[in-house]
Design a protein around this ligand. Structure first.
Ligand code: URA
Length: 463
């Protein structure tokens, strides 16, 4: 067998040649093994490879192989013994985006209602989530505000919770896709984060390690989106769909608006609180009006998942079923089951407002009458981070109770001095800078603004 040298792979990519499957697998193996004493490849070489990919891109075969090599670089979940339909949702990240906390119990409730012959929920959601970074929130940080909730389950424990509950929400373990941790760490320092090919391989290797039958992707567009333009978000959606389908996972991506925070609250516990309120509302009229967009988005994404899982003839019928599951209280029951199975204390859900312990609050009011016209949603996300809800670097602690409450949505009519947004922090000295950022970015106009649709486009494999 001839030895494949990292330098040759770098030269091939640099010169625009297509890499072979053998080259890509050898490279990823070398990248993971370098953490042992073998030292097969240097950081400088990995960084050069990343820059070559950034400049040259990858063809569909190379991207599928890179994703697969990364996926199998460590432990993967094996769903086969469950004989169930596995499905997940991934979002490219947003402000106030708490759809995971609603979608996991909605799908779990649907799965619990249709068990397999072995008594396992007929749909299972093995959701491996991330932490907040930059201007976007993280599902794990939100869940960890629930006393006792354990996000650090191993893959055996994940299977156990799925069998009982139909969904589990856990964090990445060091043994799942170790190649991504090494590559991402270097991308951060070498100007190669923004490559749509590297982002696709990074996201899809982790999602496909969950052994999924189907995956629904929420790719954000707008001022709070991770990708800077609509075209780049669309390209990312296409690459992720193509890569998911190439691995045998039915994959659909929705391009959705991220021009303002989703729902009523953005932060950590406050987002869990909002979801509890949504799941406990048994009538549409008792839902908080500021939660309407997050409920709609969750139903649309869950609707696609229910459709792909064979529980609804169309995504639209799936969205109606999702809303029925919410209003019936079945999603809330499934949520209580999941939280209990993961060690969380459900007693605090009885009065979520009482559990909210920010010591400092401040409300920004409308300086004059008009319509809430625009905001840089990324700036709003950064304001939430500066209040303490997010982190500056991986590993930093986050505040459970910092965050914001929106009192108006884009397009809403405002009178002078009407409350616009309330800030929460655990330390009063943290309020001033976010207040200034928010005052600068929230724009009120004399005429109603042109509003963007919540869902722009659905990207899927042609039939
Ligand atoms: N999220 C990931 O997991 N990877 C990326 O490369 C970008 C966002």
């Amino acid at each position: 067998m001839t030895t494949i040298h990292p330098i040759d792979i770098i030269l091939h990519k640099r010169d625009g040649l297509a890499l072979t499957d053998a080259e890509i697998h050898a490279l990823i193996r070398a990248i993971v093994d370098r953490t042992t004493e073998k030292q097969l490849i240097t950081d400088a070489q990995i960084a050069s490879f990343l820059m070559a990919v950034f400049q040259r891109g990858l063809n569909p075969q190379e991207l599928a192989t890179l994703t697969s090599a990364m996926r199998t670089s460590g432990d993967t979940f094996d769903a086969a013994p469950l004989h169930t339909f596995t499905i997940d949702k991934h979002s490219t990240g947003g402000v106030g985006d708490k759809t995971s906390l609603l979608i996991a119990p909605i799908l779990a409730a649907a799965g619990l209602a249709s068990p397999t012959p072995a008594g396992i929920p007929g749909i299972c959601v093995p959701m491996i989530s991330g932490r907040s970074l930059g201007h976007t929130g993280g599902t794990l940080d939100k869940l960890e505000t629930i006393p006792g909730f354990n996000t650090q389950l191993n893959l055996t424990q994940l299977a156990d919770v799925l069998k009982k509950c139909g969904a589990a929400l856990i964090g990445q373990t060091p043994r799942i896709v170790p190649a991504d941790r090494i590559l991402y760490g270097l991308r951060d320092h070498t100007g190669t984060v923004e490559s749509p090919f590297l982002i696709t391989a990074s996201i899809m290797s982790k999602k496909l390690a969950e052994d999924l039958n189907a995956l629904v992707l929420d790719v954000k567009v707008g001022s709070g989106a991770f990708m800077p333009t609509y075209e780049k978000s669309r390209l990312l959606a296409e690459l992720m769909v193509q890569t998911g389908e190439a691995s045998g996972t039915r994959t659909v991506a929705l391009l959705t608006s991220m021009d303002e925070p989703l729902g009523r609250f953005s932060g950590n516990w406050v987002e869990v609180w909002e979801c509890i309120d949504i799941m406990r509302a048994t009538h549409k009229e008792t839902r908080h009006p500021m939660s309407r967009d997050i409920i709609q988005l969750s139903n649309i994404l869950a609707g696609w998942m229910l459709h792909l899982a064979g529980r609804a003839d169309t995504p639209e019928a799936g969205a109606s079923l999702s809303d029925e599951i919410l209003l019936s209280g079945e999603a809330y029951k499934a949520w209580l089951r999941i939280v209990t199975a993961q060690g969380g204390d459900t007693a605090i859900f009885m009065d979520p407002a009482a559990h909210h312990k920010s010591t400092a609050t401040r409300t920004i009011t409308a300086p004059h009458s008009g319509y809430l016209a625009s905001m840089d949603c990324k700036q709003v996300g950064w304001a939430v981070q500066r209040l303490g809800a997010g982190r500056t670097k991986p590993g930093d602690p986050v505040s459970a109770h910092a965050g914001i409450e929106m009192h108006a949505k884009l397009g809403d009519r405002l009178e002078a001095n009407q409350p616009l947004i309330t800030l929460f922090a655990e330390d009063p000295s943290l309020l001033d800078e976010p207040e200034d950022m928010l005052r600068k970015t929230l724009q009120i106009s004399a005429t109603p603004p042109q509003l963007q649709p919540l869902i722009h486009e659905v990207v899927k494999k042609p039939n």
